[in-house]
Ligand binder design. Sequence first.
Ligand code: SF4
Length: 511
Amino acid sequence: MRVPDRTLHLPVVRPSAQPETEAEEPDIGARAGQARDILTSELDPLPREECGVFGVSGVPAAAELTFLGLYALQHRGQESGGICAVDADGTARVRKGLGLVADIFSADDLNQLPGDTALGHVRYSTAGGSRIQNAQPIVVRYAQGDLAIAHNGNLTNGNELRNRLVEEGALFQTTSDSEVMVHLIARSRHDSVEAQIDDALTHLEGAFSLVITVGDTLYAAVDPRGFRPLVLGRLGSGHIVASETCALDIIDAEFIRDIEPGEVLRIRGPKVERLRSLPPAPRQAPCVFELVYFARPDSRLWGVSVDRSRRAFGRRLAVEHPAEADCVFAVPDSANSAALGYAEESGIPYELGLLRNHYVGRTFIKPSQADRDFGARMKYNPVREVVKDRRVVVVDDSLVRGTTSTSLVKFLRAAGAKEVHFRIASPPVTNPCFYGIDMPSKEELVGSAHSVEEIRALLGVDSLGYLSLEGMLECVEDFGPFCDACFSGNYTAPLVDAERGLASLVNPPGC
Ligand code: SF4
């Protein structure tokens, strides 16, 4: 079999005093090839949050505040970002781009977005790639004025609605299911904006946490199951809406409350009105994976601190799966709180055994394990002095494909770890998400295809323990019930598109 040539043919510079060796050039070439792959790869084995949203009403320099809010929500999407500001005349101006918010917007851009009302969006794209057309907010002009919308979540009947609208003559500019909502609002036969929004929302199935502006009025809405978080805050005489409380903190806004499942709010500066509640779902279902992995630990969602939830998961994990070990450490950063909880409960000292390079935004699927190892090596490195000749407990928040973990275990062994005990602060992920999180297909989920013992052997660890589903839910039972479909297979909202063959099971369209 021919091995592909992966060198970049860089000139090899050697000190003249050193004898030339044949081994040097291929090594450099291999690394150069890996660097090239990393620069061109678009794949990531981790589940990805798809969006973060932010809205401002009645506060001067709303675009600047939105920029800061999106900066705090960057972990929810790194592929594109956008800000739309509305001036006192109701004119909307929008700036969108690909990449991180700090790279998209200049001070000059923000100066050109005047107004006391604004909304913004960060996105991680799934189907449709990272095309700029799919960046949000989506802004259109319709009969009632300028309309802008930013969406977090995934409609489970988005394709069905889109097909119907296309048959009726609608023209779509994006592949995002969020554009369906724009058409539904614009085509509603009701007279008032509020009734049009209400009419549109009643057609939707699945997950949506929305901020919308029509003219300079801000609206916020959450689907009846409340899959994705949305919080309300106060700043001066105006109001803020954001996906997480960390986005309120960055602008010193006061947290008022979570926007409840099914709520539709109209916000005009100091005035917040609850327009109505959407028809209630049989059961509310906020996403427990937000607490496990996605949300920032300094946020509070649905009345519970993300950090405290993760610590509780870690403590319960220590009870369910104790280990004889010398130290505990996390796969940083999302498992830090759970590892602290494990250490607190077990009495095993907490250490910093793995370091993460924060400037590596992505890990990469590669055709060979050697390349995967290098992708993980770019991101993590063990602290030899912590792990050498010691029995270590490594806590991770979740296990999706297991590829990065396999590489990590190799690094720890190479650094001299005597025993490696892997602990996962959530149950096995056995099913994909259709409600706004991009996950691999069921076949690619290691927890779906293998038993715990098989996964232990695949990872090459001395022991493996997952937090039980009951244990996880009991830790946060005062704040639920939660959606746990990716762990249990119990999908609460109908999977309309998937059941009719209208959606890819691998990549739901997403916001
Ligand atoms: S399926 Fe999993 S990731 Fe998706 S909403 Fe439910 S708990 Fe969250």
